[in-house]
Ligand binder design. Structure first.
Ligand SMILES: Cc1cc2nc3c(=O)[nH]c(=O)nc-3n(C[C@H](O)[C@H](O)[C@H](O)COP(=O)(O)O)c2cc1C
Length: 202
């Protein structure tokens, strides 16, 4: 065994995403926040874990729609700002971000122009726990800047230059270096195990 240390109950998932979640509040003002605690939970569903007191959470509950953008390295300052300042305290939080937004054509929520990939979501479900709401959205469409697409029209992580959040030391990391292909990197081991299970292995 490698020498291991107990770290206590550290939330040790890496990488975490850097998601910029946006919604219109009751006045039609854009509310936005930075969320690392979010994940795809079905082919058309995303789950975010949000503090119910955040201005953006309240906006989502009001309009029942939101967008989720992937923050890229070029807009790290704006994404981080979204996670430091609250719309509860600063009425013109979005205006001060320097970002630009227009209403989504599909859901009643703002699409922030500067981020390269944005999921347009309708609120599907809210699961309330003691401290956080699990906000589940149905992804009705995803918008992508052409510059991040490959020849086949798929998002290319190398062009995306998306940020990942490090829950351990609170760093932002740039992703994009491909290490291998899923459902393929373990192929040799998988084929050997399958052959052994069939009794064909030496
Ligand atoms: C890197 C980072 C990740 C964060 N992740 C979450 C998260 O997953 N859920 C959450 O409720 N708040 C999260 N926050 C905090 C909110 O983004 C922050 O409190 C924000 O100011 C709330 O804005 P609002 O009140 O205008 O909606 C995060 C902040 C940072 C900087």
């Amino acid at each position: 065994m490698n020498a291991k240390k107990d770290l206590g109950p550290v939330p040790a998932v890496f990488p975490m995403p850097v998601l910029v979640v946006a919604a219109f509040d009751a006045k039609g003002t854009v509310q936005l926040l930075n969320a690392a605690w979010g994940q795809i939970c079905d082919t058309d569903k995303i789950a975010l874990f949000l503090d119910p007191d955040h201005a953006t959470t309240k906006a989502i509950l009001g309009t029942k729609a939101f967008t989720v953008a992937l923050a890229d390295r070029a807009h790290m300052a704006e994404a981080d700002y979204a996670g430091i300042v609250s719309g509860n305290a600063v009425a013109d939080k979005f205006a001060r971000s320097g970002l630009h937004a227009a209403k989504s054509a599909r859901v009643n929520a703002p699409v922030i122009d500067e981020f390269p990939v944005t999921m347009e979501c309708e609120l599907a479900e809210v699961v309330e726990s003691k401290t956080l709401y699990a906000v589940v959205g149905t992804i009705v469409n995803t918008l992508a800047d052409e510059r991040v697409l490959d020849e086949k029209g798929k998002v290319d992580p190398a062009r995306l230059d998306a940020l990942a959040f490090d829950q351990f030391r609170h760093g932002y990391y740039a992703t994009g270096e491909k290490a291998g292909q899923a459902w393929n990197a373990g192929g040799v081991l998988a084929r050997a195990a399958q052959a052994a299970a069939k009794g064909g292995a030496q």
